[in-house]
Design a binder for this molecule. Structure first.
Ligand code: ANZ
Length: 939
């Protein structure tokens, strides 16, 4: 065969123009077809343009939507611009252009770059959140929320970024700092518009279960919402009527509550009648705390501060003991009841506080560790950790992999023997050391395990001890002879021991005594009156009830601070009238258009730059007609992106947000693809969607039925692509050199779609060669079928279809490569077979396949052709999924021929990395193989 190089640039340009001219990808609401709404998280058109990482998700949706179109679906695959907000405004300020001009220029650049890649977007539906025709409806939604009392005004102090000069929502923070610029935020009291997102918290949680989303994204949503089930318990103040109500998720620890803590915002602190003797000191403390952000205040490990309320104390309702009350800023005013019962034995922050203020620590929950055993032998044991402070080392015994690995010192307690003496005795018997000083001990830990050294199952009550070595004095007499030789004794650096001693009991003791971590998990109650001996989880609500507590549910999610004191956003459609208050702009006066201004610099005073434009600000009250002023705050960047997917369904209707007909046809989004910022965007969009559902605009409860998470593409050096590192690769350059088809295939072939991978210039040459080889294949086409190719061809048709469906693009590409090898090997391919091959390749490589398709004499576009059918008779259904287990626990699976020989299955299964780890170098005692179903290794 003559080798020629595919002239990609000529072919790409030709077809891209033709497609545009023929409106090949125009979406229509074909009622008689099934529909597929395929959506990318639309981009913010930054001034830097696209780098090669950005299009990865777009290529995936492009391939998916092309498959669906060929399968006969009515397809919606649109694109638009999320162009309001701080990044655009800051870019404009820096480059001294108006944000509108900057955004227009950036969009033109983005569109140009996207065009080179050959996407099937329906550009007739392009939307831009900064277009008044679009934000008309963003403002409309706000007014509807106001009507439904979901938008309200508040004067609560909010997060204020002194550098961006605007208020921020909790979501806009990265720890204590502004996520945009890294400046530590302050608290500032400003009149704000707030959206009552918390109204929807329960529904947003519950409906997650109906979604086909990656588990980690659902989990992130759950954490963001942060639902806690707990109880409100009352602690009476001694000698007064007042009570302190605390919120706790652990009523089971009530008997261990040794003091109360009030948030600095707590109203009781301002009660002069209460008899707080150090009233002034308390007020000063509260005032200082008010300056800090919640995140600063709440951080674990931060030095705790607080002040005791002199002359006032409370009663623990379970123990009836008198306990002190403190004010401390680690308790937040806005969560729970703003007051806690402190249980230092089982809560880290309470423990840190108790250590500092020398408050009693009372253990009421004994830890339970290990794996439950059958017919265990019970006994009492100890674990001893001996540290040598001089050398920073700890005494360890290495029993070898068979007998339990690396441990500290452990052993049994004899009947009547004091636990601390037993620990000293064990240290002497196993290592000879006798000169020890006792530093600390744990409470009882209930531990179940299999003792390999003795070959018995055990359930023990262990107590851990920490000793400090005083001198090297050893008593060789005490060394136990029969144990000797089973282990080696060594002094190991503390950090190394922490890594290498992994057995759960020994690790628990280490964490507790060396790292001073408290037991925060569930366990068995002790010192808890009638509840002692019960499981803590099981007794939780009974204890709450016994003291008259109330079961309640709380959320981390806060209402959404919705005002920004910046220029580049949607004006909030409100008019402030001295007489009528905040009056909504009448619906017929929407949109409230953002005025063109000379200077849009933030004022920094807490007022929006819009406040300076008198001609815009001064207006008439829609209610009474008297002079009034417009609201000058704008909406946050997330407003426009919270509903845009609905507008794509019907982008040109200026009488309504979306027509019922179109919404019914397209909703919900069938596949949604994105990565960065997904948590916040999804929270906000799901909230708006549920509201729009409630008012009858949306017909589905959720906006995005399926979500695919996108793994990023890093630069060749493994870092993020950024101008700052000078490692950005522009897709335009790659396409100029290798062509759009090679670029597309390469991005899909880099690895599993959800994985983060690094760009490789060398590898893209490989996919470019693949494209050239496809090009050369047209010379091998013959009129008659080549039967030899059929089995692989039909399996390829099936596999590429199902792989695209499940976003396994990399394996789809490799299947195409396998088929190409085969065709080259055979040297010819029948015309119909060739047309089938081109069609399955078309979603990946739309240009070259369109050209070869036309050259083969087809007159209509390949992208409107039907997806080829595979013939069952060529598909070997002999492949089965065999589940691989170790000790009955699933470790993976293999696709194997149903008639595979057991030996071959064993070899393949043992090669799985998860199996290698689970076996840990042990030879399985038994192998159970159920042909075509399960293989289980028993060790
Ligand atoms: C006693 C207790 C004992 C607690 C224990 C925990 C462990 P989540 O799960 O995040 O909802 N808490 C309650 N209100 C608080 C506030 N305003 N500021 C700071 N901390 C507050 O956390 C609930 C737990 O956080 C509650 O349960 C309370 O401490 C604390 F072994 O009560 B707990």
């Amino acid at each position: 065969m003559a080798r020629e190089k595919f002239d990609h640039s000529g072919v790409e340009k030709k077809w891209q123009e033709k497609w545009k001219e023929n409106e090949l990808y125009r979406s229509t609401e074909d009622a008689d077809k099934k529909k597929a709404y395929v959506l990318d998280m639309f981009p913010y058109p930054s001034g830097e343009g696209l780098h090669v990482g950005h299009p990865k998700g777009y290529i995936a949706t492009d391939i998916y939507s092309r498959l669906k179109r060929m399968q006969g679906y009515s397809v919606l695959h649109p694109m638009g611009w999320d162009a309001f907000g701080l990044p655009a405004e800051n870019y404009a300020l820096k480059n001294k252009v108006h944000p509108r001009v900057a955004v227009e220029k950036n969009i033109a650049n983005f569109k140009q770059q996207l065009a080179h890649i050959g996407f099937d977007y329906d550009w007739s539906r392009e939307i831009n959140t900064t277009d008044p025709a679009y934000y008309h409806w963003t403002q409309w939604i706000f007014l509807k929320m106001l009507e439904h009392k979901l938008a309200f005004q508040s004067n609560e102090p909010i997060n204020w970024c002194p550098s961006c000069m605007t208020g921020l929502a909790n979501e806009d923070l990265d720890g204590p700092a502004c996520e945009r610029c890294g400046t530590i935020v302050e608290k500032k009291s400003l009149p704000q518009w707030v959206l009552r997102i918390t109204e929807y918290a329960d529904r947003m949680l519950a409906d997650l279960d109906t979604l086909d989303w990656p588990e980690h994204i659902k989990e992130a949503q759950r954490n963001w919402i942060g639902r806690s089930e707990g109880a409100e318990l009352n602690f009476p103040i001694i000698g007064r009527e007042e009570i302190v109500t605390v919120f706790t998720t652990r009523p089971d620890t009530l008997y261990g509550a040794t003091y109360l803590v009030l948030a600095p915002e707590h109203p009781l602190l301002r009660n002069r009648e209460l008899g707080i003797k150090n009233y002034g000191e308390i007020q000063n403390y509260a005032a200082t705390a008010a300056q800090k952000t919640e995140i600063e205040r709440g951080a674990e490990g931060k030095e705790k501060t607080g002040v005791r309320l002199e002359g006032v104390s409370a009663t623990n309702p379970a123990t009836k003991e008198e306990i002190p009350i403190y004010v401390a800023d680690y308790v937040l005013g806005g969560y729970g009841t703003g007051a806690i019962m402190a249980v230092p034995a089982h809560d880290e922050r309470d423990f840190e506080f108790a250590k500092k203020f020398k408050l009693p620590v009372r253990n009421v929950v004994e830890a339970v560790t290990g794996e439950p055993q059958e017919n265990p032998e019970s006994r009492k044991s100890i674990v001893a950790i001996v540290i040598d402070r001089k050398n920073g080392t700890v005494l360890t015994l290495d029993w070898g992999p068979e007998l339990g690995g690396k441990l500290y010192i452990g052993g049994g307690r004899e009947e009547g023997e004091n636990a601390a003496s037993a620990a000293m005795r064990e240290v002497a018997e196993e290592t000879g050391y006798t000169d020890l000083r006792l530093i600390g001990q744990t409470s009882v830990i209930h531990h179940s395990y299999f003792a390999y050294s003795k070959n018995v199952a055990r359930e023990i009550e262990a107590i851990g001890f920490l000793f400090e070595l005083q001198s090297d004095a050893k008593d060789e007499q005490k060394l136990e002879k029969d144990e000797h030789g089973k282990f080696t004794v060594s002094w190991m650096p503390i950090e190394q021991a922490e890594r290498e001693v992994t057995e759960t009991l020994h690790k628990t003791v280490f964490d507790w005594l060396v790292r001073e971590r408290v037991h925060t998990g569930p366990g068995i109650l002790v010192d808890s009156g009638e509840f002692s001996g019960k499981g803590s989880e099981e007794a939780k609500w009974d204890i709450a009830q016994a003291v008259g507590g109330k079961r309640v549910t709380r959320y981390k999610l806060r209402d959404w601070v919705f005002s920004r004191q910046r220029y580049w956003g949607e004006p909030i459609p409100i008019i402030h009238c001295p007489k009528d208050g905040a009056v909504p702009v009448p619906y017929e006066d929407l949109p409230v258009v953002l005025p063109e201004v000379e200077s849009y610099e933030p004022t920094g005073t807490g007022e929006s730059p819009l406040a300076a434009i008198d001609s815009w600000v001064n207006t008439k009250c829609p209610k009474c007609g008297e002079p009034a002023k417009r609201e000058t705050n704008t909406m946050p960047q997330w407003a426009g992106s919270s509903w845009y997917y609905l507008r794509f369904m019907d982008p040109h209707d200026d009488t309504q947000l979306v027509s019922t007909k179109n919404e019914k046809h397209w909703a919900p989004v069938d596949v949604y693809v994105g990565g960065d910022h997904a948590v916040r965007h999804l929270i906000y969009a799901r909230f708006w969607h549920k509201f729009l559902y409630d008012i009858g605009v949306a017909s589905t409860k959720e906006p995005f039925a399926r979500l695919e998470f996108l793994g990023f593409i890093l630069a060749e050096d493994g870092r993020k692509m950024s101008k700052r590192y000078g490692n950005v690769i522009n897709p335009d350059d790659v396409i100029a050199e290798h062509g759009a088809d090679a670029f597309r295939i390469y991005e899909m072939f880099m690895g599993p779609f959800e994985n983060t991978t690094s760009w490789s210039t060398a590898s893209i040459a490989g996919t470019a060669r693949f494209v050239d080889r496809v090009w050369n294949l047209h010379e091998a086409v013959t009129d008659t079928e080549v039967p030899e190719l059929n089995p692989l061809l039909h399996r390829t048709i099936l596999k590429i279809g199902t792989d695209i469906e499940s976003f396994k693009f990399n394996t789809a590409v490799s299947q195409a490569m396998i088929l190409l090898n085969k065709i080259e090997e055979v040297g010819k391919i029948g015309r119909d077979q060739w047309l089938a091959f081109l069609r399955v390749l078309a979603p990946f490589a739309p240009h070259i396949t369109e050209e070869l398709w036309a050259q083969a004499g087809e007159v209509f576009s390949i992208h409107r052709a039907t997806w080829p059918q595979f013939d069952e008779k060529f598909i070997s259904l002999g492949e089965r999924e065999v589940v691989v287990q170790v000790n009955g626990k699933r470790r993976g699976s293999l696709m194997l021929p149903a008639d595979a020989l057991e030996d071959a299955v064993v070899v393949a299964a043992r090669a799985l990395p998860a199996v290698v780890t689970a076996l840990g170098g042990n030879e399985p005692k038994r192998v159970i193989y159920v042909p075509g179903k399960i293989i289980n290794f028993v060790v």
